[in-house]
Design a binder for this molecule. Structure first.
Ligand SMILES: CC(C)(COP(=O)(O)OP(=O)(O)OC[C@H]1O[C@@H](n2cnc3c(N)ncnc32)[C@H](O)[C@@H]1OP(=O)(O)O)[C@@H](O)C(=O)NCCC(=O)NCCS
Length: 170
């Protein structure tokens, strides 16, 4: 169970579990969050050195059409992050897409993931977007159950391909 409060662009979330109420703040990422974000990237299956993450965050912050939000406890621990961006397209009206989402495994099933998605949905809605798109791997069954529970519907399965330009472009 959780409650959301919006205050000067920062969302305050009260997360209640059996024994306690946790005050979680959802706010834009900054470089002081790097250590936690790096650990959460590992939990997501994308380990990254802090130096690489720093470069990526600095790059993303140059684009006003992208956001990275973190969920922070009162002690300053980051317990989840989400990345979302505007995606203009020739095939459809522009949508907002989710680039990544992870909640600390010790803090799952307390509403943090839903709160992060809710914050992105509010951001997208305020910018005039009518739809959010996201992709999740076919073996991430927990994530699929989560997205379904918060109102996302399955569209189709697709293959994701890549090409290593270091090797192929001379
Ligand atoms: C998917 C993930 C972000 C969900 O975050 P979370 O904070 O645990 O989710 P919430 O507590 O907000 O869940 C909201 C609702 O979604 C559903 N849900 C969440 N996790 C679920 C699971 N593992 N199985 C079934 N339903 C689930 C429930 O209905 C839940 O409400 P409830 O706990 O009151 O029953 C988190 O499990 C995670 O980080 N997973 C690993 C990384 C990942 O898969 N990321 C997504 C990549 S696309």
């Amino acid at each position: 169970m959780f409650k959301l409060f919006l205050f000067f662009g920062v969302l305050f979330v009260n997360i209640c579990n059996a024994n306690e109420v946790l005050n979680i703040k959802i706010k834009s990422i900054d470089l002081s969050d790097l250590k936690y974000v790096s650990e959460l990237c590992t939990q997501l299956g994308f380990p990254a050195k802090e130096a690489s993450l720093k470069r990526r965050i600095e790059l993303i912050k140059k684009y006003p059409t992208q956001i990275v939000l973190v969920a922070k406890t009162e002690k300053g621990n980051v317990v989840g992050w989400i990345h979302a961006y505007e995606a203009p397209s020739l095939l459809s009206d522009a949508t907002v897409e989710i680039g990544g989402l992870v909640v600390d495994q010790k803090m799952r099933r307390h509403g943090v993931g839903k709160s992060l998605m809710n914050a992105v949905e509010q951001w997208a809605h305020a910018r005039g977007f009518k739809e959010i798109l996201l992709a999740t791997r076919t073996d991430r069954l927990d994530a699929q159950a989560f997205y379904k529970a918060i109102g996302y519907v399955f569209v189709h399965t697709t293959h994701f391909l890549s090409k290593d330009l270091e090797k192929s472009v001379k």
